[in-house]
Each structure stands twice: as C-alpha cells, then as structure tokens.
Ligand binder design. Sequence first.
Ligand code: AMP
Length: 416
Amino acid sequence: MINSLRGFRDLLPPESDLFARIETAAREVFGLYGYQEVRLPVLEKKELFVKSTGDTTDIVEKEMYAFTDGGGREVALRPEGTPGLVRAYIEHNLGQTGRNGKYFYIGPMFRAERPQAGRYREFTQIGAENIGNSSPYADAETIAMLVRLLEKAGVAGCSVVLNSLGCGDCRKAYRELLLAFLRGRSETLCEPCRGRIERNPLRALDCKTDGPALAETAPKLSLCPACAEHFSRTRELLKISGVEFQVNTSLVRGLDYYTRTVFEVRSAALGGQDAVCGGGRYDDLVRSMGGPAAPAIGWAVGVDRMALLLKDKPAPDTAPGAFVVSAAKEAGEKAFALLTALRAAGISSDYSSFDLSLKSQMRSADKSGASFALLIGEDELKAGAVTIKPLKEKSGQYTVPIKDAPAEIEKRLPKL
Ligand code: AMP
C-alpha cells in the first residue's frame, strides 16, 4: 500500500466540487475586469525564484522543492506564480503584443512547509497580475476585484489589511535606520534573522518569531512625497470602490520584490493560518528580471483556504437526473443507446452495469440520488418502450415509447 506524501492531498468530492465552484466564480470575475488566463509551467529554472522571490525569503531559502534533474539542470517546482508570469511576459514580449497587461493564473504551488490545517505542501492559488500600470487606479481596481471574487465565491467575513512599503529610495534610507536598530539587538533575534539582517533587514519584521515584538519597537518607514501621494490616492479610490480596509504599518509581506502598496486578506475563522490572500505592487521586478520598465501589481488567493471557509455551504445537487436500468439481458444494448440519447439531450445520466441483476442495478440507482430510474425489461423491449420510475416518491411509474423518454425526463426535471 503506497500512501500520498505528507502535505500532498487528494481532493475528493465534495471538496473537489468546491474548488471547481471557486474557480468558476474567479473566471467570471476576471472576465468582468478584462483579465486573460495564462497557463504556466509548474517546473522552472531554480534561478528564476532565487532572483525574483529572493534568496533570503523563507519560500526560497527553506521551503522550495528544488533539485537537479537527470540532465544536471537546477530546477524547482514553483512556490508561487508571479515569477513565472513575469518570465512569460518578458519571454513573449507581452508588453508589445498583449492586450492590456492583465493576466490571471490558476494552479498548484509547492512549498515544503510544516503541514497543518490550512497549510499544505501542494496547494492551489488563483493569482492576478496587472503589468504596465503604475497608477493608484490599478491598485484600487485590483483590490476591489479581489473582494468581488471572494464575495462571488461566497466567502464572507474577511478583512483587507493595507500598507505601503515605499519605493527603492524610501527603502534605502529606512534600511540603514532599521539595520542600525537590529544590530543593536541582534542577540535578542532568532538564529535565522541574525544570519540575514545584513543581507535583508526588512525580513526580520516579517519573521514569525521576531516580527510581532519588532512591529512595536522598530523604527517606522517614512514614505517619500510621491509614495505618500500614491498611498493616499489608493486609499481614497478604495473608498470610492466601496472596499473596507484597515491600514497596518507592520504589514511587510515576505517577498523581496514588493514596492509601495502591499495588502493581505485575512479571515479570523481560519485560526492560525488566517491569510486568505496576499499581494502588492512590484514596480521594479520586470526590469530587474531583464524586461522593460513595467510597473505592476498583483495578488494570489489560496483556494484551499477559501474552500475551508466554504465547507459548510451546501454544494449544488450533482446527482444524475436519470439512471438507466436494464431488467433483461437482451435489453442492455437498448439501455446503452438510451443513455447516449439522454446525455445528448443534456440530461445527466448514469448506470451501473447492464450485466448485473435488476436488484443490484436498482440499489445503485437509489444510491446515486437520481430523480428517475429508466427501466427496460422484457415487456418494454418487446414494445419499444421504457418505464419511468420516480425514485424520490414511492409511486407514479409509467411507460413511454423509448424515443420519447429524453423529452419526458427533461419536462419533469426541475430547471436549473
Ligand atoms: P503568499 O504567496 O505566501 O502570499 O500566499 C498567498 C496565499 O496563498 C495565502 O494567503 C494563502 O491563502 C495561500 N497559501 C500560501 N501558502 C500556503 C500553504 N502552504 N498551504 C495552503 N495555502 C497557502
């Protein structure tokens, strides 16, 4: 018996159905906002994530599924979607050839984190990126779209937390200030933070161990006038869009590439792993990866966590409309043809096996939750007919010519 790997899940019904519903809601919302889908490889050069996500981030330093493949190439399973999307944007010159710089992706991501409720080693993200737009309108639009998506999928009770990390210039001055502060306290920091403060002092603020205490005491970043104006416009535009949010100056986000606006959506109902979505602006990433100067903003929402929030919402009824049963050996072919006709008429239909006994087939019909059993026995076979037996009521069976059965069932099934 071989089991699945720890942190890697089989998504079974009805949870798999929840995932599909969330994805359908997302596609609808993306359509409303002019976003187009990009399907990206799951495996990329390891270097892509080291250079973009950043080699001092937990995701790359500790959690990445990176290995050398049979051909000696250093590769990694993607831990997040933005680096691959930016690579594709540059590789295919989408700045010139694309429609509007708005893209979305849906797919699995991989991080070797310690598995727990709401945290898996393979999980699904839905992500959106708006590349080439530096205006606060883009910030407000993308956050409003995210809130719309959560509403459309039925996820309620989330809060939006917002901050601005400023541009490279704001951060340069702040880095020195923070570094001096952290150096003075390095013996109180956790081991990994001590090791990386010189390389990336901002990461200490995002550290799960040191972050909360540092948020109280560390010096605060002050925004340059242009960044302060961008942040203030973003907040105003969010209000105009009807999005409720709170500003939290300790929100730094774990990745290297963020500039200006960063945000998270959280849900208290999730407990420890309360982040549903994370995102922000990355105005310098495209250029630093070898592309054109293309300011951008994006986010990624965790589908597994959305599904956790929806698990008590009833799934739509996916039971078949009709279940075909053959009550005579010779009736199998007719029954099989009837199944084809029902499905061609758009009626979801099922059967167990026409080689089994009538009793066993009827048991499967009941178990399927179908509204009607359609039975072809010896008498029906002779008459070219089928007996329609309602399964949810005790009585009311009747016989119709086989050719009329699809229309008859369609008439009797509730309209979706
Ligand atoms: P991040 O890229 O870390 O900002 O993650 C964005 C979103 O992806 C989070 O808010 C979560 O909803 C989801 N997510 C991140 N890591 C995991 C994980 N290990 N398991 C499940 N969901 C995750």
